[in-house]
Design a protein around this ligand. Structure first.
Ligand code: DHB
Length: 315
């Protein structure tokens, strides 16, 4: 097949043969699931966001598929940092694929504690600090509090010398795009990943006259078709504002090669697939790779660099 077309990309010094990855949280909580992703056409894998200790998460039902995507309030069920760090140490770089280690502490102290452990470990890959989990009752998303983001990055970079990415919540206002970019540009962040789910949506079932998930009175994070325009806006707006050395992973609403093409046009270096990966499993990486390759062939592009960030505006 169109073998002269490359889907290779790069984040900092880390090379990926394929720009497609899973998004943290979906089918990536166990080593079996992570192995499956590494055995697929994906360019690497991202672990379920870890907390310092294992957690069971929120009560079920805590995820519901809809015709446009899904709503979830998982509450960070995970096996704890040691489990994912061990997997990341053992698998990073295997078969040329990267393991991205995602962490999501419930406080700044927990994040610092985990970063210290990662700094002291043999893991030399990318760590993704999740500042945007919307599903813990009583905890707001750090990514919306720019002073708190500055505080955690100041503490983190005082000792953390490995490459660090940040998973951010969706922003909706130009003041927010400007505000978060101003903070991030002051730190040696390797990449940002936008967007996490759109937090605290509400899906209503008119038949039962009820919410569809149990935690937090039915409020939960939205993914899928609901979020793609917001994701594209965040990739685009932050690409226009961040130092060029800070790479961008585009996440949100990707279920076809066309969606990936749009994210790259907005400036994404890599992309992650969440909701649609949940629906389709690992075959999605081969399908979307083929779809993107076909689009590139038709347009005469051989590499992602030829169109990355080149979205046109209307004069
Ligand atoms: C969960 C959801 C998120 O969007 C996230 O970033 C981290 C954790 C969860 O509910 O498990």
């Amino acid at each position: 097949m169109q073998s002269n077309i490359s889907l290779a990309s790069q984040i900092g010094d880390y090379k990926f043969d394929n720009l497609l990855l899973n998004a943290a949280g979906i089918r990536c909580a166990t080593t079996e699931e992570l192995d499956k992703i590494l055995d697929s056409d994906a360019g690497g894998c991202v672990t379920k966001s870890a907390t310092p200790e294992p957690r069971k998460g929120n009560e079920s039902p805590r995820m519901k598929a809809t015709s446009m995507g899904c709503i979830n309030s998982m509450g960070l069920p995970n096996h704890g940092l040691d489990y994912y760090l061990k997997f990341a140490e053992a698998n990073q770089g295997k078969n040329g694929k990267q393991v991205i280690l995602s962490i999501a502490g419930l406080s700044i102290d927990q994040n610092i504690e985990m970063l210290k452990k990662i700094q002291a470990s043999s893991f030399a890959g990318l760590t993704e600090l999740n500042l945007s989990c919307p599903n813990i009752a009583g905890k707001s998303q750090v990514g919306y509090d720019f002073e708190a983001v500055r505080d955690v990055l100041t503490s983190a970079f005082s000792f953390f010398k490995k490459p660090l990415g940040l998973k951010l919540p969706p922003y909706f206002d130009f003041n927010q795009f400007d505000g978060i970019a101003e903070v991030l540009n002051d730190f040696p962040v390797t990449y940002i990943n936008v967007i996490n789910s759109i937090g605290n949506g509400l899906v209503v079932d008119p038949e039962t006259e009820s919410v569809v998930i149990k935690p937090k009175g039915g409020f939960g994070g939205l993914g899928g078709d609901y979020v793609k325009p917001t994701a594209l806006a965040n990739v685009r707006a932050l690409r226009q504002r961040l130092r060029p050395e800070i790479s961008i992973i585009g996440t949100g609403g990707i279920k076809s090669g066309k969606d990936v093409f749009e994210h790259v046009l907005c400036g994404a270096n890599l992309v992650q697939i969440g909701t649609a990966f949940g629906f389709d499993g690992t075959p999605i990486f081969e399908r979307i790779s083929k779809e993107l390759t076909a689009i590139m062939e038709k347009k005469g592009y051989k590499t992602l660099d030829e169109f990355r960030g080149k979205l046109k505006t209307i004069e």
